[in-house]
Design a protein around this ligand. Structure first.
Ligand SMILES: Nc1ncnc2c1ncn2[C@@H]1O[C@H](COP(=O)(O)OP(=O)(O)OP(=O)(O)O)[C@@H](O)[C@H]1O
Ligand SMILES: [Mg+2]
Length: 147
C-alpha cells in the first residue's frame, strides 16, 4: 500500500480546511472513497469539499438515506457541479449497491464522495481515489492519508 501523503488534523476546523484543499484537485467525473471508523472525520472532510464548491445546503452524513445530492460551483467554473455524498455503512452486498442504482450516479458531470466505500471499491476496481481517516494519539487528533 503506497501512501502518497499523510496529514495530521488537530481539530474539526483543520479537517474542514484539509477537505477544502483536497477539493481544488477534484475533477468532474471523479470518485473518492472515504475510509475510517465512526467519528474519524469523513463527514467533516466532505463539509470542507462542499464549502470549496459553494454548496449552500447543510452537509451531513446521509446514513439513513444512503446518498445526499448537493449542487455547487467553483470559482474557476461557474457552470455548476453536482456532488453526490454517499454513506454505504448500512449496505451489505454488491447486489444492494446495484439495487440503489449506484452506477447511475457515476455519470460524467458529478463528483462522488463515498463514506464507508469498501463495497464501491470492489465495484469500481481501482477507479477511485482513496482517503483514509484514523484516530491519532490525542483526543482531537485525526490522521488523514491519501492513497
Ligand atoms: N481533528 C478532527 N477532525 C474531524 N473531526 C474531529 C476532530 N477532532 C474531533 N472531531 C470530532 O469528531 C467527529 C467527527 O465526526 P464525522 O461525522 O466527521 O465523522 P465520520 O467519519 O463521518 O463518522 P461516521 O462514520 O459516523 O459518518 C465530530 O464530532 C468532530 O467534532
Ligand atoms: Mg459521516
Amino acid at each position: 500500500m503506497t501512501v502518497l501523503n499523510e496529514i495530521i488534523s488537530y481539530s474539526p476546523e483543520d479537517t474542514f480546511a484539509i477537505g477544502r484543499k483536497y477539493a481544488v484537485s477534484l475533477k468532474r467525473n471523479s470518485v473518492t472513497g472515504l475510509f475510517g471508523e465512526l467519528g474519524s472525520g469523513k463527514t467533516g472532510f466532505v463539509k470542507g469539499v462542499c464549502d470549496y464548491f459553494n454548496v449552500r445546503d447543510t452537509v451531513s452524513s446521509p446514513t439513513f438515506i444512503i446518498v445526499n445530492e448537493y449542487i455547487g460551483y467553483s470559482e474557476n467554473d461557474k457552470s455548476g457541479i453536482t456532488i453526490y455524498h454517499f454513506d454505504l455503512y448500512r449496505l451489505k452486498s454488491l447486489k444492494e449497491l446495484s439495487e440503489i442504482g449506484f452506477e447511475n450516479y457515476l455519470n460524467e458531470n458529478t463528483i462522488c464522495l463515498i463514506e464507508w466505500a469498501d463495497l464501491a471499491k470492489q465495484y469500481l476496481r481501482g477507479n477511485m481515489k482513496e482517503v483514509h481517516f484514523s484516530y491519532g494519539k490525542k483526543e482531537n487528533e485525526r490522521i488523514i492519508k491519501y492513497l
